[in-house]
Design a protein around this ligand. Structure first.
Ligand SMILES: NC(=O)c1ccc[n+]([C@@H]2O[C@H](COP(=O)([O-])OP(=O)(O)OC[C@H]3O[C@@H](n4cnc5c(N)ncnc54)[C@H](OP(=O)(O)O)[C@@H]3O)[C@@H](O)[C@H]2O)c1
Length: 278
């Protein structure tokens, strides 16, 4: 991949070798028997990612997750959660090769059925307003693009063999802000999500001959930490369904796209926004 690895030691939660054999033998036997599907989910600790991990876990999937914070076993009661979680700042592209190594270690040659690129950042001004194309600093542009766009590219590239082995699928989490100027989301966020939608098409085209489907979901306003406290009241009147969405309503669409029910769906960007695109 040609990237340097100066900050390898900054990955926290690397899988201890002692755990590896025990975890891998038990899990891979179930994968071989077709009893278990495996996903990598970025940003599983809160919001849409948390609801997604919960739903897939209830459906019997193994969840490999990553975020900057450690695994919280009380909030996230899925099997092997602690061993299958590692801490990484995906906004630092130099960490990505090491993050991919952590995933491969946990897979130990087993296929990967789904990659869900969910972790994202939507910076606001200190007063909670949108950062415009006139006021966004270079550092902010880079930080947003690294997490929202570059990390999904590198994960998709780095895990290509494992996804191909499973005839797996990728779901990228874009946003309604990628297709219109949005009252809260800033310019860097909006353009990164537009680029991620475009990346979804490119990946869908390039990965289709290898049996890998690539889709996106574009949420509107969903009740998570990312939504500022007054946002709900401000937008509800403009949403045809007259309410914001919930994380589990997003998780269900991600689940559909990763399931055999969507076996002929690739290159799609599904709006989940209560009708705001109408
Ligand atoms: N909520 C909405 O209304 C809405 C609307 C449209 C699109 N979306 C998109 O949906 C996705 C999830 O949003 P959300 O509302 O669920 O967000 P959230 O509640 O803020 O959760 C974000 C998740 O990403 C992780 N994360 C953040 N920065 C990271 C980094 N640098 N490296 C690794 N992990 C990182 C966080 O964990 P740590 O803090 O531990 O790192 C957390 O698990 C995002 O891509 C967002 O753009 C959300």
């Amino acid at each position: 991949m040609g990237l340097d690895l100066p900050n390898d030691n900054l990955i926290r939660g690397p899988l201890p070798e002692a755990h590896l054999d025990r975890l891998v033998d038990a899990v891979n036997a179930r994968v071989d028997r077709g009893e278990l599907k495996v996903m990598l989910l970025t940003g599983a600790s809160r919001g849409i990612g948390h609801a997604t991990a919960k739903l897939f876990s209830e459906a019997g999937w193994r969840i490999i997750s990553c975020a900057r914070q450690p695994f919280d076993g009380e909030r996230c009661p899925w099997e092997a959660g602690n061993d299958d979680h590692f801490q990484v700042d995906l906004g630092d592209h130099r960490m990505l090769p090491r993050a991919i190594t952590e995933v491969k270690k946990r897979l130990a040659g087993a296929p990967l059925h789904a990659l869900v690129n969910n972790a994202g950042v939507s910076p606001k001004t200190p007063t909670g307003d949108r950062m415009t194309s006139l006021t966004t600093s270079t550092d902010t542009w880079m930080r947003v693009f690294h997490l929202n766009l570059v990390a999904p590219i590198l994960l998709a590239q780095g895990l290509f063999d494992e996804l191909r082995a499973a005839s797996g699928s990728i779901v990228n989490v874009t946003s309604i802000a990628g297709s219109r100027v949005h009252p809260f989301a800033g310019s860097a966020y909006a353009t990164s999500k537009a680029a991620l939608a475009s990346l979804t098409r490119e990946l869908a085209h390039d990965y289709a001959p290898h049996g890998i489907r690539v889709n996106a979901i574009a949420p509107g306003e969903i009740r998570t930490d990312m939504l500022s406290p007054d946002a709900e009241a401000r937008v509800v009147a403009s949403i045809p369904l007259r309410r914001v969405g919930t994380p589990d309503e997003v998780a269900k669409v991600i689940f559909f796209l990763c399931s055999d029910a969507a076996s002929y769906v690739t290159g799609a960007e599904v709006p989940i926004n209560g009708g705001q695109h109408l």
